[in-house]
Structures are given as C-alpha cells and as structure tokens.
Design a protein. Structure first.
Length: 220
C-alpha cells in the first residue's frame, strides 16, 4: 500500500525559525514597524503575505507596494544565511529511513523555490525525497490545507494513507484540514500543548527523537 510522509521544512527539518524571526524583525524595523520578536515567532510558518497581514493587523493601512517591499527585504536578509543553514538532528537519517520503509517522502513548505533549494542542500537527503510543494506551487499557504493537499497529489495517495510532520500550529491546522494524521516536533519552539490543541496526534522533540520512536509513532 502506497503511503506518504509529508514534511514541513523550516523548523521541522532545518533549524531556521529563529533566523526567520531575526530577518522579519529587521525587515519590519527598516520599514518603520516595531513588531515584537515573540509575535513574529508565533507567526513563522505562514506565507509571507499572511504573516505580514497577521502581524500588522491587516494590509488595508499599508502603503501601496509595502507588502511586496517587506517580503523582498525579508528574502534578501534571509538569503545571507543560505550557505550556513543547518539541518536539525537526525533530519536526513529520518527521511532516508522512511523512504527505505516504503514511504513516499514529500516536502510541503511555505518557502519559495530558491529558499527550498537552500533548505534541501542543508538536509542533504535528496535521494529520499520523492517530490516537493513550495509556496510557488499553491495559491494559499498554511493553515489552508492546500499545501498538504498538493503534496498528496504529488504522492498519489489519499489522505488516510498519509502523515504530516510539522512544527507550528499552522502546520497542524493545515494537516487536519487536509484530513491527514499530524505529528508535531518541538524544535520549532512552539509549546506542546499548543500543537496538541491544533490537532497533533503525537509530539516529539526533533527528527532524531521521532526516528528513535518510529515504532510507537503514526509513522510506525
């Protein structure tokens, strides 16, 4: 029976969430917006337009073109770290183990294609990855189910044969809305109770912990 293991990337497989917090904070600062870092952290995982709207309480008061300028500023700032991105413990080994066990491994991320390329370089497990769905492949990002549904299309499996692994509330909401079981990792910095309330069926520390716990996880 075909099965799909769908993974978020930022904060789930690669240690980038706090880099996003830093670079979004600086992008907002440069544009004259004072946004607390704790609020940015909770918004990481949303697509850029949704993140900006969420943190600035809607886009209606923004000057024309400001959303695009904020997005561009963040991308430029974040791109400075591309060569230094680090995988989270066990990320590549987890993907290879699942692929060896017969899972189709799909990445479903809010990152753009160029960011995804840098993230895949950091994971260094392309041999285990069947396909990817980036922000450039969907019209709505998480918590919409569209990124997960697109991943299921690429895998060619129904929702009941898939598990989604992520690190944010937005990931859990997207997975639940797509009808898949959800596994949450704590390495993105979100409390376990928040992830469970958003729909996580199981919670683990990081990819290495999930790998060591596969038999008792939804991916077992």
């Amino acid at each position: 029976m075909d099965r799909a293991a769908v993974f978020d990337v930022d904060g789930t497989l690669v240690d980038t969430n706090h880099l996003h917090v830093l670079t979004w904070w600086e992008a907002f600062r440069q544009a004259g917006h004072q946004v607390p870092t704790h609020a940015i952290h909770r918004a990481v995982g949303l697509g850029s337009d949704d993140l900006i709207a969420h943190l600035l309480h809607g886009k209606s008061t923004l000057a024309p073109g400001e959303v695009k300028r904020l997005d561009t500023a963040h991308k430029v700032l974040y791109a400075q770290y591309f060569e230094r991105l680090s995988p989270l413990p066990g990320a590549g080994r987890l993907l290879r183990r699942l692929a060896a066990d017969g899972w189709r491994v799909i990445l479903a991320t809010s990152a753009s294609d160029d960011e995804l390329s840098a993230l895949r370089n950091a994971i260094d497990a392309d041999d285990a990855i069947t396909a990817t769905a980036s922000a450039d492949d969907v019209t709505e990002g998480k918590p919409s189910p569209e990124p997960v549904e697109r991943a299921l299309e690429l895998a060619g499996v129904p929702a009941e044969h898939a598990v989604f692994v992520g690190d944010t509330v937005w990931d859990m909401q997207a997975g639940c809305r797509a009808g898949v079981r959800c596994v949450a990792l704590l390495c993105g910095g979100i409390p376990p109770t928040d992830l469970e309330e958003a729909g996580a069926d199981a919670v683990f520390d990081d990819p290495a912990h999930l790998l060591a716990s596969l038999p008792r996880s939804p991916l077992g």
